[in-house]
Design a protein around this ligand. Structure first.
Ligand code: NDP
Length: 390
């Protein structure tokens, strides 16, 4: 079959290129490999739709870890998954398709079922323990092999969700990772538990996470304040229901950190005042995933007792924050990662009953994946999600 990702001999070549010169399309490629066969607790799926996510960018540029190290880590935690150690790495953590084979222990799904795959890999659910706290937990197509950028994949039986019948394959294959993540971050008891009437500041409002965060605020009755970098993204956020949009291009040069990488307090104060004036209120929750550049400000901008919920660090994972604004104003910083099975199922129901739209604004062919990953990395005008048609 055809698949897309990296091969073993690419890794050493990538790691000697300076990080700032690495770009997904320089390294990832299409190659041929064997169709994966399901273990007894797995199903094989013919992939008909997939979605692009930022984690394929991290894998392509081998930062902060190469796919080889990530998959070796998964196998150390999950000895039975040794078949994931190959001399190639297939990327892709969102996909949908038709079950083509089932392992002998799989009773809940059958050949021919139309499914959406969620990316949380755990061998079994432990009673009364959040799946995301399991020692064995990994992300499919990132920390495991056989992702969705291929003709076939194999996934655990407990990674499957019903495909919404009103969606195309490209739409069905592209929402789950970011929707599930945004749902846990905002709506779940494991996240910020946003309440009706609260104000939520959303970084990257037009991106994958942001466009679902805006919709989740709406259904809960919270106010969304989306941050974007240009007018096209501003219009997009308004079109999906953002209550306010902060367009960074209107604020001149942005300096969250000064030249010494220290907080730029003067700028923070001015920017916070502008946001509060615009919404005529204060921020209760910040939806964070930018990291290094913005985390210090995200804590500072909150009202007393507010919470920052974060799942990522696109601009860098070593952040410079001023802890005084955390403890003296009794604020909380909450870490979040994808979603457990129950959260993924609840989020999927919101798509099935059409409460949330899949926001797949671009559908591309398989061979364009590298180019579109570059566009995401360079913050070009991508709105919502990019789906892949097979
Ligand atoms: P997208 O590329 O779809 O959107 C990200 C948005 O963030 C962009 O539209 C851009 O908007 C904004 N952005 C990027 N860099 C900066 C910056 N330095 N300052 C301000 N804004 C910035 O990505 P996703 O929403 O899918 O993912 C975002 C991050 O979250 C990634 O790092 C990803 O790996 C991570 N993630 C983590 C998950 C988890 O489970 N832990 C799950 C899903 C994603 P604009 O140009 O308008 O500013």
């Amino acid at each position: 079959m055809y698949a897309l990702g990296l091969q073993n001999n690419d890794i050493d070549k990538i790691e000697i290129v300076p990080l700032e010169e690495r770009l997904p399309s320089k390294f990832i490629k299409i190659f041929e490999c064997a169709i994966p066969e399901p273990n007894e607790d797995e199903v094989q799926i013919k992939i008909l739709g997939a979605g692009l996510n930022y984690n394929s960018i991290w894998q392509s540029i081998c930062h902060p870890l190469s796919p080889k190290s990530l998959i070796e880590g998964h196998v150390r935690r999950n000895g039975k998954d040794i078949h994931h150690l190959k001399d190639y790495y297939i990327f892709g953590s969102d996909g949908a398709g038709i079950i083509s084979k089932v392992g002998k222990k799989v009773k809940t799904w059958k050949i021919g079922d139309h499914v959406v795959i969620h990316c949380n890999v755990i061998p079994t659910h432990e009673k009364n323990i959040d799946d995301m706290k399991s020692f064995s937990q990994s992300i499919w197509g990132y920390e495991t092999n056989f992702g969705s950028f291929a003709e076939y994949t194999c996934v655990k039986y407990n990674q499957l969700l019903k495909k919404p019948t009103h969606l195309s394959w490209a739409e069905a294959g592209s929402y789950m990772l970011t929707l599930g993540t945004a749902y846990r971050m905002l709506a779940s008891n494991n996240g910020a538990k946003i309440q009706k009437g609260e104000n939520c500041l959303i970084w990257g409002g037009a991106g994958g996470l942001g466009s679902f965060a805006i919709q989740i605020c709406k259904i809960i009755g919270a106010k969304s304040i989306a941050i974007v970098s240009n007018y096209e993204k501003e219009n997009y956020c308004k079109s999906i229901g953002a209550d306010f949009v902060i367009n960074l291009s209107e604020f001149g040069s942005f300096q969250y950190l000064n030249k010494l990488e220290k907080p730029n307090y003067l700028f923070w104060k001015k920017f916070k005042n502008k946001i509060n004036d615009k919404i005529n209120g204060e921020i209760d929750i910040v939806f964070e995933h930018i990291g290094r550049d913005t985390m210090g400000f995200s804590i500072y901008v909150l009202k007393k007792g507010g919470r920052v919920v974060t799942c990522a660090a696109s601009s860098g994972y070593l952040a410079n924050i001023d802890l005084r604004y955390l403890w003296m104003d009794v604020k909380s910083l909450i870490g979040s990662h994808f979603a457990n099975l129950q959260e993924a199922q609840t989020a999927n129901e919101l798509i099935i009953n059409k409460t949330i739209k899949p926001v797949t604004s671009t559908v591309i062919k398989f061979d364009l994946i590298p180019i579109y990953l570059d566009k995401m990395y360079k913050r070009e005008n991508i709105f919502g999600k990019i789906g892949v048609k097979f």
